[in-house]
Design a protein around this ligand. Structure first.
Ligand SMILES: Nc1ncnc2c1ncn2[C@@H]1O[C@H](COP(=O)(O)OP(=O)(O)OP(=O)(O)O)[C@@H](O)[C@H]1O
Ligand SMILES: [Mg+2]
Length: 254
């Protein structure tokens, strides 16, 4: 039998435990912006993210980048007791949508991606690079309006430089947007390609490469995804823009 005092102590203990559990849970803040991964949360300066099959390769590559002192990725901190991946939180701004980035930000980003691709040669041990495969402004942390870090590495895989480059130009310049002037778009594409320091392996048949990359987005998307129809329309519209401007793209880029 418990005495009153024991009951009282036990009651306080129970309340404090509840408070401790409650305050721990409260500390996890849902991170908005992600479209494909549910349950990305932050607690203090750590991001917790559900582990996927493809995360193992990505996390191994992140560790490699860290050992190479690449400062523009997110630091991988291992897994927690629930199996979630942990990353260091980077304090900054991550856009929810594309369409608001400037050519100055894009040029800075192209230099970061060039460093990333060059460094990845030591990981692949051949002429192929590691492509991030989703280098959207929405996977970039900006600090003081400057691209500071790349997040969301689940899709990274061995590939060709132009696979990332075409995707970046498409999203950061918003190719195909009705509000953009075509001369302006081609001019920005050239400036960005120059910032990366591309060679003809990247630029030849550039219109075809752009369309191949656009197609890849829709071919890899599940038809059950609620974004499928919207994405398909966007891909078709962007490809139409490339088709209509093939001549000038070939003349100006390759
Ligand atoms: N290391 C980090 N530092 C700062 N913010 C982060 C970090 N990791 C994730 N975030 C935030 O959490 C959001 C979701 O994360 P993440 O991009 O990894 O998920 P996702 O669902 O796979 O995204 P996507 O829609 O691009 O596929 C990001 O948009 C960003 O706002
Ligand atoms: Mg993301």
């Amino acid at each position: 039998m418990c005495s009153n005092i024991e009951r009282c102590i036990f009651g306080v203990f129970l309340n404090e435990t509840r408070f401790f559990i409650w305050s721990t849970m409260e500390k996890e803040i849902q991170l908005k912006g992600g479209r494909s991964t549910n349950g990305v949360v932050k607690s203090d300066n750590v991001v917790f993210r559900p582990h996927k099959n493809e995360s193992d390769f990505a996390n191994k590559f992140l560790k490699y980048l860290e050992n190479q002192n690449f400062p523009y990725s997110q630091k991988y901190l291992g897994r927690d007791e629930k199996g979630r991946d942990k990353f260091l939180y980077i304090d900054g701004y991550v856009p929810n949508e594309i369409g608001d980035t400037t050519i100055e930000q894009l040029c800075r980003f192209m230099q970061i991606v060039k460093k990333l691709h060059d460094l990845s040669l030591g990981f692949t041990n051949n002429e192929k690079v590691i492509c991030h495969n989703d280098l959207s402004p929405c996977n970039t942390v900006f600090v003081n309006d400057i691209p500071r870090a790349i997040i969301d590495w689940d899709s990274c895989a061995v590939g060709e430089r132009w696979e990332d480059i075409t995707y970046i130009l498409w999203l950061w310049i918003n190719i195909g947007s009705l509000n953009r002037n075509k001369i302006d778009i081609i001019g920005q594409m050239k400036t960005a390609l120059f910032s990366y320091g591309v060679n003809t392996e990247v630029t030849e048949n550039f219109a075809d490469k752009l369309m191949w990359r656009m197609d890849k987005v829709i071919s890899q998307m599940s038809k059950d995804n609620y974004q499928y129809n919207r994405t398909k329309d966007w891909v078709e519209f962007s490809k139409l823009w490339v088709r209509e401007n093939r001549e000038i793209i070939t003349k100006e880029i390759g």
